[in-house]
Design a binder for this molecule. Structure first.
Ligand code: C2E
Ligand code: MG
Ligand code: MG
Length: 509
């Protein structure tokens, strides 16, 4: 029994051992199992964490990108792509702010509206890439002319607006305008070419010329238009009287495009008179625009815009054609043949097919070339004298007459003047104006008359308004005159009556 008991006990002990072994194993297993699980979880957690970090960084990056895109978009919305200058939107913003500030402090500010002279011509003849570079060069020059606190903006095309938010006197604005014009006038080196361009500037002052951004800009634009009329490359202050006439440039340009097809242009003709006999020796065709809203417009109100926009080309062709056909019609009606003069702009004169168009028009109208005279200004002739020389000789070979218009207001090289096949010098009316009262003007006119005679050119005085002027000119051996005294520019019917009389009504029969 003791043995049996002992066996039993041993067996039990074994059992216990075995049992505890299993339970330990279970424990160990369990422990191992938990170990495995927590490793997995940690790595998962780590992974998740890493992803979160990446996502966060990415989100940051995205946010940054969105921010830069926003800034870029904002910049784009407020700046001009080509020049990087503030655009119209930003200008209005700054102008509105500046006005508010000036109102509170009782100060003045100036708006300068600038338009390049004949930019369209450069763009068309040399190509848009050159035009773009020129605009960039102009914008750099402009920035060099103003203070940090001033704004130079591009309005589009060849229009720039400067805001001078703090000036002491309007003269400060005039000085800035002069500086800008001078800076732009210096040659622009582009593609190994020296390009020359002028600028016209209109100035409006707050508070005198308008209470808000829109009015100030509109009035500066109006003044710019007047600066262009006054011979370009100059500036003008806005004056209230300008508004009576102020049809904005934009509206003119828009309706100018339609004017040809709507047949709104008409020609008026002004007689040229032999000062001794009063006989009508020629007529000048002067274009008018019968505007549907604004009435009969003079060339000063639309020709500069037509020149800048290139529209002068089709308009000039219409004028030439109309004048040639009308001159021929008068001949066909039995009037003695007289010369019809047509004004020719730079753009027309430089067009590659100008000569051909003149020839074709003469042929179509059956007008003999010697009865057509082309009037060109000194600047048209002298700007590129070499190429002008060859065109002029071609025209002269064709038999067409050539006149220098507004002589004395530009710069003529005398050697070219001798070399060009010029028939007529037209002394500008500004010299004739005060010829009886200003000895200086009388001397100049007298000198031009003798020079013309020695070069075998006819000399005609423009803008003769009084009998005294006519008599004075005759005393200086001037042969011909044109002006209100002898006859204003009139329509076909009135000129037909004049041709029937054959002499200026200023001359008693
Ligand atoms: P312009 O060729 O020198 O023409 C003379 C201008 O003086 C004309 O002005 C004429 O009406 C004006 N006038 C004539 N006599 C007198 C006078 O006694 N006193 C005053 N104060 N003025 C007088 P308009 O018709 O307004 O033309 C102005 C300019 O416009 C012309 O100057 C010419 O350069 C340009 N123009 C006129 N018609 C055409 C055209 O068909 N084509 C082009 N490209 N330009 C034109
Ligand atoms: Mg003329
Ligand atoms: Mg003239």
């Amino acid at each position: 029994m003791a043995r049996e008991d002992a066996v039993d006990l041993r067996e039990k002990a074994v059992d216990v051992r075995e049992g505890s072994a299993t339970s330990r194993e279970r424990e160990i297993r369990a422990a191992e199992l938990t170990q495995e699980t927590s490793d997995d979880q940690i790595s998962m957690l780590r992974q998740a964490n890493a992803q979160l970090v990446i996502a966060t960084i990415e989100a940051h990056k995205l946010a940054e990108q969105v921010q830069t895109a926003k800034i870029e978009l904002d910049h784009l919305a407020h700046h001009d792509v080509l020049t990087g200058l503030p655009n119209r939107v930003l200008l209005y913003d700054r102008l509105a702010q500046a006005i508010a500030l000036a109102r509170r402090s009782g100060k003045q500010l100036a708006v300068l509206f600038m338009d390049l002279d004949r930019f369209k011509h450069i763009n068309d003849s040399l190509g848009h890439p050159v035009g773009d570079q020129l605009l960039q060069s102009v914008s750099e020059r402009l920035l060099g002319c103003v203070r940090q606190s001033d704004t130079i903006s591009r309005q589009g095309g060849d229009e720039f607006v400067a805001l001078l938010p703090d000036i002491d006197h309007p003269e400060d604005a005039a000085l800035s305008a002069q500086k800008m014009i001078a800076a732009i006038a210096l040659p622009h080196r582009i593609d190994q070419n020296d390009l020359h361009i002028g600028a016209s500037i209109g100035i409006s002052i707050y508070p005198e010329d308008g209470p808000d951004a829109e009015t100030l800009i509109k009035h500066a634009d109006t003044a710019m238009f007047h600066a262009k009329e006054n011979g370009r490359n100059t500036y003008a202050f806005f004056e209230q009287e300008m508004t009576a006439h102020a049809i904005t440039r934009q509206s003119i340009e828009a309706s100018l495009r339609l004017a040809l097809e709507r047949q709104e242009f008409v020609l008026h003709y002004q007689p040229k008179i032999n000062l001794l006999s009063g006989a009508i020796v020629g007529i000048e065709a002067l274009v008018r625009w019968q505007h549907p809203q604004h009435g009969l417009l003079e060339p000063a109100e639309f020709v500069p815009i037509a020149e800048d926009s290139g529209l002068i080309l089709p308009i000039g062709r219409w004028v030439l054609r109309e004048a040639c056909f009308q001159a021929r019609a008068w001949q066909d009606a039995g009037f003695p043949p007289i010369t019809v003069a047509v004004n020719t702009s730079a753009l027309e004169f430089r067009a590659a097919d100008f000569l051909e168009y003149v020839r074709a028009t003469l042929e179509a109208s059956r007008l003999e070339p010697r009865y057509l005279e082309l009037e060109l200004t000194e600047s048209v002739l002298m700007r590129d004298a070499e190429s002008a020389d060859s065109v002029l000789h071609d025209l002269a070979d064709l038999g067409v007459k050539l006149a220098v218009d507004d002589f004395g207001t530009g710069y003529s090289s005398l050697s070219y003047l001798r070399q060009f096949p010029i028939d007529t010098l037209k002394i500008d009316q500004s010299f004739v104006n005060q010829i009886t009262s200003n000895p200086g003007d009388a001397t100049i006119v007298s000198a031009v008359i003798s020079m013309g005679k020695s070069l075998k050119q006819r000399v005609i005085a423009e803008g003769v308004e009084t009998a005294e002027q006519a008599a004075f000119l005759l005393g200086l051996q001037c042969d011909e005159g044109q002006g209100y005294f002898f006859g204003r520019p009139v329509g076909v019917a009135a000129l037909t009556l004049l041709l029937q009389a054959g002499v200026s009504p200023a001359f008693p029969n």
